[in-house]
Design a protein around this ligand. Structure first.
Ligand SMILES: NC(=O)C1=CN([C@@H]2O[C@H](COP(=O)(O)OP(=O)(O)OC[C@H]3O[C@@H](n4cnc5c(N)ncnc54)[C@H](O)[C@@H]3O)[C@@H](O)[C@H]2O)C=CC1
Ligand SMILES: O=C(O)[C@@H]1CCC=N1
Length: 269
């Protein structure tokens, strides 16, 4: 069994750790590091994993090191680890948006095995999507181990080119937030219509869950599922017309392009 170190005890690493432990990965094989204690200790207590304040200590005995700090800290953390411990045979997985393979490899030292991965927070439920791009130094064995790790949290899409990471960000990395925003807007309107906050949440979450499950279970176009709800001249048609007249498809496209542009901007810093 591979030993896995998670650098950073934030939202994304927490989601991956939850996905792994809930998928029967042995918690004693996982170590998390974070300079400040509260989040690190809470995570360790909740999932029975090891914890330390030292990134290099966490990485020392790990085969796979998951870098889950904010993008602007990735290279500092890499340098810090590479200066203190031997990293020759380790595989680093960076989940950061906007920090490139070149930047990460320069910080670790030449020719290190690095995978850029772009997961999302539904990983905590085993319902994640992870896009992954491997440097040429990643061995077959490391790729298989990384694939197994990521698959414990959901589906994995290996990418042929690094630039596709930005596209995965726009679709599935940031994607959960798009649905949350839509659900928030629907719940707010439901409250204005007189439902309590709890009722509004239940109505919206069950509608979203049901719609997503219908997409999963019916092998037909999503557009067809939409049409099946839309009686000619009926209420849904009236609502959908309002979305179209408000430019929803263009808005979605523009929002996804904005995510891509931001990822590129972050990489250029
Ligand atoms: N939140 C999300 O949905 C997704 C996030 N990501 C990526 O994951 C990374 C982390 O994002 P979040 O978890 O959202 O941020 P976060 O702010 O929740 O977590 C970052 C964690 O790093 C810790 N930290 C700060 N300095 C550190 C250091 N020197 N050494 C070790 N730990 C340190 C912080 O205390 C914090 O717990 C980012 O690079 C982001 O691009 C990728 C996909 C999805
Ligand atoms: O917002 C961000 O930058 C990160 C990357 C994808 C989701 N969260």
């Amino acid at each position: 069994m591979n030993k896995i170190a998670f650098i950073g005890a934030g939202n994304m690493n927490r989601a991956i750790i939850a996905g792994l432990v809930n998928n029967d990965v042995e918690p004693s094989n996982i170590t998390v590091s974070n300079p400040s204690a509260p989040k690190r200790e809470a995570l360790a207590n909740e999932y029975g994993i090891n914890q330390t304040s030292s990134n290099s200590q966490a990485a020392e005995h790990a085969d796979i090191v998951v870098l889950g700090v904010k993008p602007h800290l990735i290279t500092t953390v890499c340098q810090e680890i590479a200066e203190v411990i031997e990293i020759e045979h380790k595989c680093f997985i960076s989940v950061a948006a906007g920090t490139t393979m070149t930047q990460i490899q320069a910080a670790l030292g030449e020719n290190k095995s690095v995978i850029r991965a772009m997961p999302n927070t539904p990983s905590q439920l085993g319902l994640g999507v992870t896009g992954a791009f491997a440097s040429e130094q990643v061995t077959d064995e490391q790729r298989v181990a990384a694939d197994r790790l990521m698959k414990a949290t959901g589906i994995v899409k290996w990418l042929a080119q690094e630039s596709d990471i930005d596209h995965i960000i726009a679709v599935s990395g940031s994607g959960p937030a798009y649905f949350f925003l839509f659900m928030e807007a629907m719940a707010s309107e439901a409250e204005r219509l007189g439902f309590t906050s709890a009722e509004a949440r239940t109505l919206v979450q069950q509608t979203a869950l049901g719609a997503a499950q219908m997409v999963v279970e019916n092998d037909i176009a999503i557009g067809q599922l939409r049409e099946n709800v839309t009686s000619k001249g009926g209420t849904t048609q009236a609502a959908l017309n309002a979305f179209t007249e408000g430019g929803l498809p263009e808005l979605v496209s523009g929002a996804m392009q904005a995510a891509i542009a931001r990822a590129k901007e972050m990489a250029a810093k």
